[in-house]
Design a protein around this ligand. Structure first.
Ligand code: G3I
Length: 378
């Protein structure tokens, strides 16, 4: 039994759901979750004897617990959705069961959507939106304007201000119009600041200056008036110049009447190193009248990870959810992937990984039990 959190979550499940006892516990892990992860039966290999209840009545599902707390629980999907065979079926069942919001990890980025100038490729993005709609999930659109993962033709081109403005307006209008009314929230502008709080050197900043940010929000609002429009960044969970620059930006946009409705805190953390007073930071932005979303949560550990690492990670997941629950405008929390097998972390940070609540075999980790417990109010 890896942690006391896991034990507590397992015990409450056993106490509260006697009817489902045969599939309720496997060690201390919820067996119906194991089934959703591809296990298909209990710890002895016996198939479930009852049909699974519909998702809305599925009290084992994280999405039901989160919904009851007023939070959309999301995940980001990319490679996993396309996995074929049994693995893909199990993955998709798990996603539909535990999450009520989807973000395209890569498929709504410029590079994927407009690989050639004026030629749009919708396949990946469409499949994610369709999956979400089939399963009663919302979509967080990610991302309209960014300095990374722009198509080579854009990134390597030389543009006048007028050309850059036309390219930005065309891309934002085309994408937001295609999904008009079907995206709950768009990350309109992503990562506009350097870590020191100065405006990041990007194709947009070089050509249009800081004005590109307001232009992006106004253009997105014109194309999809129903979507909630977000500024999204990493590192702003910590007090400091980057957070303060973001706060000042948002204040300026609001004062100028620019349609911005929220700030996304990516929340890519290292185990054992959470920002101080994260709830206070969320509240600082919420007090401006904004929604605050946690948009890309993961908690990486050094690999190979130990049981102690996974217990610390579980506590960190718990603490982040608890911070969100303290702030009424924190209405959405997205985990940046499902399983350690799909995470972006190992390829970016050598020697780090295992950042997600399910392992590479789609088995729930202590972080899953911690999420379950905190969302269940335990
Ligand atoms: O799709 C190609 C594939 O065809 C090719 O064979 C392969 C070879 O490298 O690359 C594949 O593209 C990769 C893509 O992920 C899909 O797997 C890119 O190289 C790789 O750079 C890209 O990484 C993504 C990264 O953004 C790029 O900056 C990660 O998956 C994605 O998780 C990550 O997400 C970002 C958020 O958008 C913004 N916040 C930070 C977060 C983590 O970096």
């Amino acid at each position: 039994m890896p942690s006391s959190i896991l034990r507590r979550a397992g015990a409450r499940v056993r106490a509260g759901v006697r009817r489902a006892a045969r599939r309720a516990v496997c060690g201390a892990v919820v067996t119906s979750v194991l089934a959703a992860c591809g296990g298909g039966g209990d710890s002895a290999g016996t198939p479930p004897t009852e049909p699974r209840p519909p998702a809305s009545a599925d009290t084992f599902a994280l999405r039901a617990l989160a919904t009851a707390k007023g939070i959309r629980l999301g995940t980001a999907i990319d490679r996993g959705l396309r996995t074929g065979g049994t693995a893909g079926t199990s993955f998709r069942a798990l996603v539909a069961r535990h999450f009520s919001s989807l973000t395209a990890e890569n498929d709504m980025k410029h590079q994927r959507l407009q690989p050639q100038r004026g030629v749009y490729a919708w396949g990946g993005a469409d499949s994610i939106v369709a999956f979400a709609e089939t399963h009663g999930m919302q979509v967080r659109g990610h991302t309209l304007v960014w300095h990374q993962q722009n198509a080579a033709w854009l990134a390597n081109g030389t543009w006048t201000a007028d050309e850059a403005r036309a390219l930005l307006v065309d891309h934002v209008t085309t994408v937001a119009t295609r999904y008009r009314g079907r995206i709950a929230a768009w990350d309109v502008v992503n990562e506009a600041f350097e870590d020191d709080g100065t405006l990041r050197n990007s194709v947009w900043q070089r050509t249009l200056g800081a004005d590109y940010i307001a232009l992006a929000f106004r253009t997105a609002a014109a194309a999809d008036p129903q979507a909630r429009l977000f500024y999204n960044d990493y590192g702003i969970e910590w007090p400091g110049r980057k957070q303060d620059s973001t706060y000042a930006l948002v204040q300026r946009l609001l004062a100028a009447g620019v349609p911005i409705h929220g700030v996304g805190f990516q929340a890519h953390f290292q185990a054992g190193q959470l920002p101080p007073n994260f709830a206070g930071t969320l509240q600082r932005f919420a007090a401006l009248g904004l929604d605050v979303h946690i948009t890309e949560l993961d908690v990486r550990v050094r690999t190979p990870s130990t049981a102690t690492d996974r217990a610390t990670q579980a506590q960190n997941y718990r603490d982040v959810v608890a911070a969100c629950l303290q702030v009424s405008r924190c209405t959405s929390l997205t985990i940046w992937g499902v399983s350690d097998g799909d995470s972006w972390v190992p390829s970016t940070f050598a020697g780090w990984g295992d950042a997600l609540p399910w392992d590479a075999a789609l088995q729930p980790k202590p972080a899953f039990a911690a999420l379950y417990a905190v969302l269940a109010g335990r």
